[in-house]
Design a protein around this ligand. Structure first.
Ligand code: GAR
Length: 222
Protein backbone atom coordinates (compact mmCIF):
# COMPACT_ATOMS: atom_id res chain seq x y z
CA UNK A 1 0.00 0.00 0.00
CA UNK A 2 1.29 3.44 -0.80
CA UNK A 3 -0.16 6.43 0.98
CA UNK A 4 1.48 8.94 -1.34
CA UNK A 5 -0.89 11.61 -2.54
CA UNK A 6 0.93 12.67 -5.72
CA UNK A 7 1.92 16.33 -5.97
CA UNK A 8 -0.58 17.51 -3.38
CA UNK A 9 0.63 17.98 0.19
CA UNK A 10 -0.20 14.98 2.35
CA UNK A 11 -2.97 16.01 4.73
CA UNK A 12 -3.33 14.91 8.36
CA UNK A 13 -6.47 14.88 10.49
CA UNK A 14 -5.43 14.73 14.15
CA UNK A 15 -7.80 13.47 16.86
CA UNK A 16 -6.98 14.02 20.54
CA UNK A 17 -8.59 14.28 23.95
CA UNK A 18 -5.81 15.75 26.10
CA UNK A 19 -2.73 17.91 26.33
CA UNK A 20 -1.66 17.50 22.74
CA UNK A 21 2.08 16.99 23.22
CA UNK A 22 2.15 14.47 20.36
CA UNK A 23 0.13 16.84 18.20
CA UNK A 24 2.61 19.67 18.92
CA UNK A 25 5.56 17.46 17.95
CA UNK A 26 3.83 16.48 14.70
CA UNK A 27 2.63 20.00 13.81
CA UNK A 28 6.06 21.48 14.52
CA UNK A 29 7.77 18.78 12.45
CA UNK A 30 5.37 19.61 9.57
CA UNK A 31 6.20 23.32 9.89
CA UNK A 32 9.92 22.55 10.01
CA UNK A 33 9.62 20.36 6.89
CA UNK A 34 10.90 17.18 8.58
CA UNK A 35 7.45 15.65 8.09
CA UNK A 36 6.33 16.28 4.48
CA UNK A 37 2.70 16.87 5.43
CA UNK A 38 0.33 19.47 6.81
CA UNK A 39 -2.21 19.32 9.61
CA UNK A 40 -5.54 19.89 7.86
CA UNK A 41 -7.77 19.68 10.93
CA UNK A 42 -7.67 18.87 14.65
CA UNK A 43 -10.75 17.32 16.28
CA UNK A 44 -11.46 16.63 19.94
CA UNK A 45 -14.18 14.95 21.97
CA UNK A 46 -13.28 17.18 24.95
CA UNK A 47 -14.45 20.77 24.63
CA UNK A 48 -11.69 22.38 26.70
CA UNK A 49 -8.87 20.03 25.68
CA UNK A 50 -5.50 21.74 25.48
CA UNK A 51 -4.90 20.12 22.08
CA UNK A 52 -7.56 22.43 20.56
CA UNK A 53 -5.96 25.52 22.10
CA UNK A 54 -2.54 24.47 20.86
CA UNK A 55 -3.92 23.96 17.35
CA UNK A 56 -5.65 27.36 17.33
CA UNK A 57 -2.44 29.05 18.56
CA UNK A 58 -0.83 27.66 15.41
CA UNK A 59 -3.61 29.00 13.19
CA UNK A 60 -4.93 25.50 12.46
CA UNK A 61 -8.55 24.48 12.08
CA UNK A 62 -9.65 22.95 15.41
CA UNK A 63 -13.09 21.69 16.40
CA UNK A 64 -14.77 20.12 19.38
CA UNK A 65 -17.24 17.48 18.18
CA UNK A 66 -19.41 16.09 20.99
CA UNK A 67 -18.92 12.31 21.31
CA UNK A 68 -22.53 11.49 22.12
CA UNK A 69 -24.04 9.28 24.74
CA UNK A 70 -21.34 6.64 25.29
CA UNK A 71 -18.30 6.87 27.59
CA UNK A 72 -15.70 4.90 25.60
CA UNK A 73 -16.78 5.21 21.96
CA UNK A 74 -18.58 7.59 19.59
CA UNK A 75 -22.31 7.18 19.09
CA UNK A 76 -23.67 6.92 15.53
CA UNK A 77 -24.37 10.64 15.15
CA UNK A 78 -20.97 11.59 16.49
CA UNK A 79 -19.20 9.03 14.30
CA UNK A 80 -20.91 10.51 11.23
CA UNK A 81 -19.88 14.02 12.30
CA UNK A 82 -16.22 13.00 12.73
CA UNK A 83 -16.23 11.27 9.33
CA UNK A 84 -17.79 14.32 7.68
CA UNK A 85 -15.27 16.73 9.23
CA UNK A 86 -12.31 14.59 8.15
CA UNK A 87 -13.72 14.20 4.62
CA UNK A 88 -14.36 17.91 4.37
CA UNK A 89 -10.73 18.50 5.33
CA UNK A 90 -9.69 15.96 2.63
CA UNK A 91 -7.34 14.10 4.97
CA UNK A 92 -5.01 11.41 3.69
CA UNK A 93 -4.24 10.02 7.15
CA UNK A 94 -6.11 10.08 10.47
CA UNK A 95 -3.64 10.47 13.34
CA UNK A 96 -4.83 9.50 16.81
CA UNK A 97 -2.85 11.50 19.36
CA UNK A 98 -4.22 10.64 22.77
CA UNK A 99 -7.79 10.19 21.48
CA UNK A 100 -9.40 8.25 24.32
CA UNK A 101 -12.29 6.66 22.45
CA UNK A 102 -12.44 3.41 20.53
CA UNK A 103 -13.09 3.82 16.81
CA UNK A 104 -15.10 1.12 15.12
CA UNK A 105 -17.13 -0.06 12.09
CA UNK A 106 -18.11 2.76 9.79
CA UNK A 107 -15.21 5.03 10.76
CA UNK A 108 -12.60 2.35 10.10
CA UNK A 109 -14.30 1.29 6.85
CA UNK A 110 -14.27 4.90 5.64
CA UNK A 111 -10.58 5.35 6.44
CA UNK A 112 -9.43 1.78 5.86
CA UNK A 113 -5.68 1.42 6.59
CA UNK A 114 -5.50 5.18 6.99
CA UNK A 115 -5.80 5.48 10.78
CA UNK A 116 -2.70 5.35 12.99
CA UNK A 117 -2.32 5.47 16.76
CA UNK A 118 0.45 5.90 19.29
CA UNK A 119 0.37 3.60 22.28
CA UNK A 120 2.53 4.15 25.39
CA UNK A 121 3.86 0.56 25.66
CA UNK A 122 5.50 -2.12 23.53
CA UNK A 123 2.45 -3.86 22.06
CA UNK A 124 1.18 -6.52 22.34
CA UNK A 125 2.10 -5.94 26.01
CA UNK A 126 -0.16 -3.67 28.00
CA UNK A 127 -2.94 -2.66 25.59
CA UNK A 128 -5.71 -0.39 26.85
CA UNK A 129 -5.60 2.43 29.36
CA UNK A 130 -2.64 3.79 31.39
CA UNK A 131 -0.20 1.40 29.77
CA UNK A 132 2.76 3.01 31.57
CA UNK A 133 1.09 2.21 34.91
CA UNK A 134 0.34 -1.35 33.78
CA UNK A 135 4.05 -1.76 32.91
CA UNK A 136 5.20 -0.36 36.26
CA UNK A 137 2.74 -2.52 38.22
CA UNK A 138 3.83 -5.63 36.29
CA UNK A 139 7.47 -4.95 37.09
CA UNK A 140 8.97 -4.94 33.59
CA UNK A 141 12.43 -3.40 33.22
CA UNK A 142 11.85 -2.21 29.67
CA UNK A 143 8.70 -0.76 28.16
CA UNK A 144 8.28 1.65 25.28
CA UNK A 145 6.17 3.17 22.56
CA UNK A 146 4.33 1.67 19.58
CA UNK A 147 2.95 3.37 16.47
CA UNK A 148 0.40 1.11 14.80
CA UNK A 149 -2.42 1.04 12.30
CA UNK A 150 -5.84 0.94 13.91
CA UNK A 151 -8.04 -2.06 13.22
CA UNK A 152 -11.26 -3.33 14.82
CA UNK A 153 -9.46 -4.60 17.95
CA UNK A 154 -8.03 -2.63 20.86
CA UNK A 155 -4.41 -1.75 20.08
CA UNK A 156 -4.10 -4.79 17.78
CA UNK A 157 -3.38 -3.34 14.30
CA UNK A 158 -0.16 -3.87 12.26
CA UNK A 159 2.84 -2.28 13.98
CA UNK A 160 4.65 0.51 12.15
CA UNK A 161 7.40 1.40 14.61
CA UNK A 162 8.50 0.75 18.16
CA UNK A 163 10.96 2.33 20.53
CA UNK A 164 12.11 0.91 23.87
CA UNK A 165 12.13 2.99 27.05
CA UNK A 166 13.82 1.77 30.28
CA UNK A 167 11.95 1.52 33.56
CA UNK A 168 14.28 2.98 36.21
CA UNK A 169 14.52 2.32 39.95
CA UNK A 170 12.29 4.74 41.80
CA UNK A 171 10.06 5.44 38.79
CA UNK A 172 6.54 6.62 39.54
CA UNK A 173 3.72 6.47 36.97
CA UNK A 174 4.38 10.16 36.28
CA UNK A 175 8.16 9.87 35.73
CA UNK A 176 7.78 6.80 33.54
CA UNK A 177 5.01 8.38 31.48
CA UNK A 178 7.15 11.52 30.98
CA UNK A 179 10.05 9.38 29.66
CA UNK A 180 7.66 7.49 27.39
CA UNK A 181 6.19 10.73 26.07
CA UNK A 182 9.66 11.98 25.19
CA UNK A 183 10.11 8.88 23.03
CA UNK A 184 6.65 9.38 21.52
CA UNK A 185 7.55 12.89 20.38
CA UNK A 186 10.39 11.47 18.26
CA UNK A 187 8.81 8.23 17.05
CA UNK A 188 5.41 9.48 15.91
CA UNK A 189 6.66 12.24 13.56
CA UNK A 190 9.22 9.81 12.08
CA UNK A 191 6.53 7.20 11.38
CA UNK A 192 4.15 9.78 9.88
CA UNK A 193 6.96 11.14 7.68
CA UNK A 194 7.53 7.65 6.29
CA UNK A 195 3.83 7.21 5.55
CA UNK A 196 3.63 10.63 3.89
CA UNK A 197 6.57 9.69 1.66
CA UNK A 198 4.97 6.37 0.77
CA UNK A 199 7.94 4.53 2.30
CA UNK A 200 5.90 1.93 4.18
CA UNK A 201 3.97 -0.99 2.76
CA UNK A 202 1.52 -3.13 4.72
CA UNK A 203 1.60 -6.87 4.00
CA UNK A 204 -0.86 -8.60 6.31
CA UNK A 205 0.41 -8.00 9.84
CA UNK A 206 3.82 -6.90 8.60
CA UNK A 207 4.78 -3.36 7.71
CA UNK A 208 7.77 -3.12 5.41
CA UNK A 209 9.89 0.01 5.45
CA UNK A 210 11.83 1.03 2.35
CA UNK A 211 14.87 2.72 3.77
CA UNK A 212 17.22 4.00 1.07
CA UNK A 213 20.27 5.48 2.78
CA UNK A 214 19.22 9.01 1.85
CA UNK A 215 16.00 8.64 3.79
CA UNK A 216 15.10 8.43 7.44
CA UNK A 217 15.72 4.99 8.96
CA UNK A 218 12.84 3.07 10.42
CA UNK A 219 12.97 4.17 14.08
CA UNK A 220 12.97 0.59 15.36
CA UNK A 221 16.10 -0.30 13.38
CA UNK A 222 18.25 2.60 14.57
C1 GAR B 1 0.10 9.73 25.07
O1 GAR B 1 1.03 9.29 26.01
C2 GAR B 1 -0.44 8.56 24.28
O2 GAR B 1 0.47 7.54 24.11
C3 GAR B 1 -1.59 8.13 25.14
O3 GAR B 1 -2.17 9.33 25.58
C4 GAR B 1 -1.15 10.30 25.73
C5 GAR B 1 -1.62 11.59 25.07
O4 GAR B 1 -0.74 12.64 25.35
N1 GAR B 1 -2.53 7.36 24.36
C6 GAR B 1 -3.15 6.28 24.84
O5 GAR B 1 -3.01 5.89 25.98
C7 GAR B 1 -4.07 5.60 23.85
N2 GAR B 1 -4.51 4.33 24.37
P1 GAR B 1 -0.79 13.99 24.51
O6 GAR B 1 -2.22 14.50 24.50
O7 GAR B 1 0.11 14.91 25.30
O8 GAR B 1 -0.26 13.70 23.13
Amino acid sequence: MSLMSGERTFRLGVLGSGKGSNFVAIADACSAGTVPAEVAVVLSDVENALILERARERGLSARFIPPGKFRTKLDETAEAAYIAALREARVDLVVLAGFMRILKGEFLRTFAQRVVNIHPALLPSFPGLEAWKQALDYGVKVTGVTVHFVDQGIDTGPILAQQTVPVLAGDTPATLHARIQEAERALYPAAIAALARGDVKVQGRQTVWETPSSKLQAPNTR
